[in-house]
Design a protein around this ligand. Structure first.
Ligand code: ZN
Length: 418
């Protein structure tokens, strides 16, 4: 009997190995091409006038764009490089502006986990914590609250998709470093579109760069749930319906070719989330999407002026896509803000070039500086003025008919593999 069982196991194991679609998991990401100082992709707005707001109409879509580490001076520095001092970036054409305070639950200077949790769940928490308060009580994110109302959901980032900011919208963990658990929860949460990096957190330890100690293959699991999986821009372009999981690097993106650019990922996500019907999606296209310019922060930590400019301009090109969609759609609320400032950036007079300011970094970490907010569309006026970061999802909830927010997430609803 034992022998027979062993024989059966052997046969099954062999046939499974032969038949399982391992081709996709053996995909090798091509080498990055390009230059991290190149900003030739950037096309600033020809018209610098403030956009007329769309005041009326039901809010059917909300797109929250987060520049990680993007303070006022990061915007100013990118403006100088991208369009010149007299003109405007795309985000600066949005008609409603605000100022956002960023302190966390246990520190005057936040990290991206506590700030992401504030922007997603409307609560203060300790630095390092995702989607729960300092006592470990999980709260619904605005994405989850809207998903419960039948809205489609999307997360787009240039970091790993399980990194602190996107993680805050679809997972609940005590430590931001638990990216294996975060990936699991993002999938169990059935986020409709996920575009970013971090494939290694979706594959079992030992399989093509995978690092999951639990040996789970979340890519196969996602396919089982009906997800299309894309590892390249070409594969992303071929996807015609959701849900879709696009993982364009083992770790964070390089933001260089041949990866899709943030603006391309954002545009594709919008087109998938906005199409009527679809097998998996709810029938009416209402959606919440978060788009993160993740690496403005990383360049700030490195005090890398050129890359900081480049990352802010890459983010601004994604905002161009978002705003152009919102102007046509007329039912989309767009909010652009940051989680915190990184690098204590000051803009100093230059002794050699008096018509240009010079980047002067003051730290390798985050600062407590307030950050900008730009908004457009129905409901945008609610975001004017000085506000706390926790008020942003609270205002979105009030505008979209989410009755209770912030709201404790029922324990059994917290996705867990145990
Ligand atoms: Zn940071």
């Amino acid at each position: 009997m034992k022998t027979f069982a062993a024989f059966c196991f052997g046969v099954c194991f062999i046939s499974f190995t032969v038949c399982s679609p391992v081709w996709a998991e053996t995909f090798v990401y091509p080498k990055a091409q390009g230059d991290s100082t190149d900003i030739s992709f950037y096309e600033g707005p020809a018209d610098c006038r403030t956009l007329d707001n769309i005041e009326t109409g039901a809010i059917e879509k909300v797109i929250l764009c987060i520049g990680d580490g993007m303070g006022f001076n990061e915007v100013g520095l990118a403006r100088q490089a991208g369009v010149g001092l007299k003109k405007k970036l795309w985000m600066e054409r949005l008609p409603v502006t605000g100022i956002v305070r960023t302190f966390s639950g246990n520190n005057a200077v936040t990290d991206s986990a506590a700030a992401g949790t504030a922007l997603a769940c409307g609560i203060k928490t300790s630095n390092g914590t995702i989607g729960m308060n300092k006592d470990g009580v999980a709260y619904h994110s605005i994405l989850e609250a809207l998903a419960l109302k039948g809205w489609r959901t999307g997360l787009v980032a240039t970091s790993t998709i399980s990194h602190a900011t996107p993680a805050s919208f679809g997972s609940h963990v005590a430590s931001r470093g638990s990216e294996a658990d975060i990936a699991w929860q993002l999938l169990e949460n059935r986020i409709g579109v996920m575009f970013g990096g971090g494939r290694k957190h979706w594959l079992p330890d030992g399989l093509n760069g995978g690092v999951r100690k639990d040996k789970q293959n979340l890519i196969e699991r996602a396919r089982g749930y009906g997800y299309a999986v894309a590892y390249s821009k070409e594969q992303m372009d071929q996807v015609t319906d959701g849900p879709v999981l696009g993982l364009f690097a083992d770790d964070g993106l390089t933001t260089l070719k041949p990866e899709p650019m943030l603006s391309e990922m954002a545009a594709k996500a919008i087109s998938l989330l906005n199409q009527p019907g679809g097998e998996w999606f709810a029938p009416r296209p209402r959606f919440f999407m978060m788009v993160e310019g993740s690496q403005i922060d990383w360049a700030g930590h490195d005090n890398d002026t050129d890359n900081n400019i480049r990352q802010t301009l890459l983010f601004d090109m994604a905002i161009k896509e978002v705003v152009e969609f919102a102007m046509k759609d007329r039912h989309t609320l767009v909010i652009v803000t940051a989680d915190h400032e990184t690098g204590g950036l000051q803009l100093r007079a230059s002794s050699t070039q008096p018509t240009r300011f010079k980047a002067d970094w003051h730290s390798k970490g985050h600062s407590g500086a307030d950050v900008p907010l730009y908004a457009f569309g129905p409901g945008a006026r609610a975001f004017a003025g000085v506000q706390d970061n926790t008020q942003i999802p609270q205002k979105i909830a009030a505008l979209t008919g989410v009755n209770v927010f912030p709201a404790v997430k029922e324990t059994e609803a917290v996705a867990s593999k145990n």
